[in-house]
Design a protein around this ligand. Structure first.
Ligand SMILES: NC(=O)C1=CN([C@@H]2O[C@H](COP(=O)(O)OP(=O)(O)OC[C@H]3O[C@@H](n4cnc5c(N)ncnc54)[C@H](O)[C@@H]3O)[C@@H](O)[C@H]2O)[C@@H](O)CC1
Ligand SMILES: Nc1ncnc2c1ncn2[C@@H]1O[C@H](COP(=O)(O)OP(=O)(O)O)[C@@H](O)[C@H]1O
Ligand SMILES: [K+]
Length: 501
C-alpha cells in the first residue's frame, strides 16, 4: 500500500475526475458510504451520533454520512457545524442542501451547551478538518477539539485523519482529535504512520473508493505489508544444501560489549542463513555454544579489533557472501581503521551498524551497503540536531541518495530507503526498545541477504519480522518481559504467520 502526502492525494483526486470521469461528488458519496459502514458495525439505530462538521470537504463527507444514516432510520443524529457555512467549500454547501432536502433538522450551535450534547453521545464523528489542514488549529477549532478530547463515554471516529494532525508528518498542529478509529480514503497518508499521528488515529481503516490503482504510482513510498514480506521471503527448494543459503561473516564485539555479536549471529541463523561465522576479539565460546552451537565461532583473544587483524580475516572476507560489521565494536581509532579497511576491501553486501557507523564519514559507500542507525546515530551521521528528524523522511531519503547507500532508520516507525524508493515498517512495540534489538535486526538482515535478497529487500523483511515477532510474543509474555533473545527464539512465529497469509 502506498503512503501518500496530502499533495499526492489531491493530485490523485483531481486526475480521477479529469482523466477518468469519476467526479468528486461520486468519491464523496463513496467516502460517506464507507463511514456509514463503519458506524453500522458498532452502533444501532438508537445510538446517539454526534457529527462535528467543518466547512471543507472533510465536513462534506460527514454531512453525507449523516444523511445516509438518517435515511436508514438512525433516529438520534445531531449535527454541529463549526465555522461559517457561507464560506464553505462547494461540496460542503451542496451536501448541506441535500441533507436539508432529506428533511434533517437536528442541527445545533456550538455554544456553552456543547458539553451536554457531548456527554450523552455514543459516537462522535470528527469531520472538522481532513488533509486540507493548514497551519495550527485556530482558536475556535482548538476549543472544540479540547472538549471532544474529554469525551470518554463512547467512541470517536475520525473522517480521513484526526483533525489537527498534519497529514504529511503526523505532527499535532496546535491540538488534535484523539480518535478510536480513523477511516481514510484511497490509501494511508504519512500522518497516519508517523507518531504522534499514528497514535491519534487509533485503528486505521482504508476505504479504497474508485480511485484507479495506476494513479497511486505517483508515490515512491510504501507501507511494508505481510503480503509484501511473503513475496520477498527467500525460497528454500528441496534440492538444496547449506552453500545455497550463503555465508554470513559477522565482525562484531569487544571486551566492553561482548553480547551484541552473539545476537547478530543468532539473528542470521534463525532466518535461514547457510553458514554463520562470528569472528570476535574476545573469548565467548561458552555463550555461543550455549545459545547456538551451529554458529562457527572464532576469537582473536584480545580486547578489540585493530588494523593488524585485517590480514588475519582477509581470507574470510573472500569467502563471505555478506558481512556484518559494527555491533559492540567500540569506537577506538584503531577499530575504526579496521572498519574502513574491511568496507574498502570488500565488494559483497555489508550491513554497517552501531559503532561502525562512526566511521561512515570516511567510508565510500555503495548501493549494496546498508546503514542501520537508530535516532541518536542518525542525528550524528547526518550531522543535525533537528528535533523532527524522526518524521522527516525526506531528510533520510536525501542522505541515502547522496551517499548512494541504503538506510534503515530504526524507530517506532522505521524508514527503509535508497533515496529512490522508501518503505515504512510499523510492526513492533516497546519490547524492542531494549539494548540488543538492533544487533539482532542486523543479523536478520544479513541472514536474508545471504539467501539472495538485496539489502533493501532484506531490510524490509527483517524489520517486519522482528517487529511482528515482538508483537506476537508480547501478547503472551508482555512488552516488559520480552528480550532480544526471546525475539530471536520466536522469529518462527512471524515467519509462519507470513507464510500463511
Ligand atoms: N482527496 C480525495 O480524494 C477525497 C477527499 N475527500 C475529503 O476531502 C477532504 C479534503 O477536503 P478539503 O481540501 O476541502 O479540506 P478539509 O476539509 O480537510 O480542510 C479545509 C477546512 O478546514 C479548515 N481549516 C484548515 N486549516 C485550518 C486550521 N489550521 N484551523 C482551523 N480550520 C482550518 C478550512 O477553513 C476549511 O473549512 C479529505 O480529508 C476528505 O475527507 C473525500 O470527499 C473523498 C475524496
Ligand atoms: N517503540 C518501538 N516500537 C517499535 N519498534 C521499536 C520501538 N523501539 C525500538 N524499536 C526497534 O528496535 C530496534 C532497536 O535498535 P537499536 O536502538 O539499534 O538497538 P541496540 O543498538 O541496542 O541493539 C530497532 O529495530 C527499532 O526499530
Ligand atoms: K477529520
Amino acid at each position: 500500500m502506498h503512503v501518500l502526502t496530502s499533495t499526492e492525494m489531491k493530485e490523485i483526486d483531481k486526475k480521477t475526475s479529469t482523466d477518468f470521469g469519476i467526479t468528486e461528488e461520486v468519491l464523496m458519496e463513496q467516502a460517506a458510504m464507507a463511514i456509514v459502514g463503519e458506524i453500522q458495525k458498532d452502533f444501532n439505530k438508537n445510538s446517539h451520533l454526534l457529527f462535528m462538521v467543518g466547512t471543507g470537504n472533510n465536513g462534506g463527507d460527514a454531512l453525507a454520512a449523516a444523511r445516509i444514516l438518517h435515511n436508514e432510520g438512525y433516529e438520534n443524529i445531531e449535527v454541529c457545524i463549526i465555522g461559517d457555512e457561507n464560506k464553505g467549500s462547494r461540496l460542503f454547501k451542496k451536501q448541506l442542501n441535500t441533507l436539508k432536502q432529506f428533511g434533517f433538522l437536528d442541527f445545533f450551535e456550538f455554544n456553552v451547551d456543547f458539553k451536554n450534547h457531548v456527554s450523552t453521545a455514543d459516537c462522535i464523528i470528527d469531520g472538522l478538518i481532513g488533509i486540507g489542514l493548514n497551519g495550527n488549529t485556530n482558536d475556535l477549532i482548538k476549543g472544540v477539539i479540547d472538549i471532544i478530547n474529554t469525551f470518554k463515554r463512547g467512541k470517536v471516529l475520525s473522517v480521513d485523519i484526526p483533525s489537527g494532525i498534519n497529514a504529511n508528518t503526523g505532527e499535532i498542529m496546535g491540538n488534535a482529535i484523539l480518535a478510536d478509529k480513523t477511516i481514510t480514503f484511497g490509501s494511508v497518508k504519512l500522518g497516519h504512520i508517523f507518531f504522534p499521528g499514528r497514535e491519534y488515529s487509533g485503528t486505521i481503516k482504508v476505504a479504497p473508493l474508485s480511485f484507479p490503482k495506476s494513479l497511486f504510482n505517483i508515490s515512491h513510498r510504501e507501507l511494508v505489508t505481510p503480503e509484501m514480506v511473503k513475496k520477498l521471503l527467500p525460497k528454500r527448494p528441496k534440492f538444496s544444501q547449506k552453500y545455497d543459503y550463503g555465508n554470513v561473516l559477522i565482525l562484531a564485539g569487544s571486551s566492553e560489549f561482548p553480547g551484541a555479536s552473539i545476537l547478530s549471529a543468532i539473528g542470521a541463523q534463525k532466518v535461514g542463513a547457510g553458514l554463520v561465522k562470528l569472528i570476535t576479539p574476545t573469548p565467548l565460546s561458552s555463550y555461543v555454544l550455549n545459545h547456538e552451537p551451529g554458529i562457527i565461532y572464532k576469537s582473536l583473544m584480545k580486547d578489540k579489533f585493530s588494523l593488524k587483524d585485517f590480514d588475519l580475516i582477509s581470507k574470510e572476507l573472500k569467502k563471505a557472501s555478506v558481512i556484518v560489521i559494527g555491533p559492540g565494536l567500540g569506537r577506538s581509532d584503531e577499530t575504526m581503521q579496521f572498519v574502513r579497511n574491511v568496507v574498502e576491501y570488500s565488494r559483497v553486501p555489508i550491513v554497517v551498524d552501531a559503532d561502525a557507523l562512526y566511521a561512515v564519514d570516511s567510508l565510500s559507500l555503495r548501493k549494496n551497503i546498508v546503514l542501520t542507525p537508530h535516532v541518536g546515530e542518525m542525528k550524528r551521521i547526518v550531522r543535525t540536531d533537528e528535533i523532527n528528524i524522526r518524521q522527516n523522511y525526506e531528510y533520510t531519503e536525501k542522505f541515502a541518495k547522496h551517499k548512494r547507500a541504503t538506510i534503515v532508520f530504526k524507530d517506532a516507525t522505521t524508514i527503509i530507503t535508497n533515496g529512490e524508493r522508501t518503505y515504512f515498517n510499523i510492526t513492533g512495540n516497546t519490547a524492542l526498545a531494549k539494548g540488543g534489538s538492533g544487533d539482532l535486526l542486523t543479523g536478520i538482515i544479513a541472514g536474508l541477504v545471504s539467501q539472495g535478497l538485496d539489502v533493501m529487500e532484506a531490510s524490509i523483511v527483517a524489520s517486519y519480522l522482528s517487529g511482528r515477532t515482538a508483537e506476537i510474543i508480547s501478547d503472551e509474555i508482555t512488552e516488559y518481559y520480552a528480550t532480544p533473545l526471546d525475539i530471536a527464539k520466536n522469529l518462527y512465529k512471524a515467519i509462519s504467520e507470513v507464510l500463511n497469509v
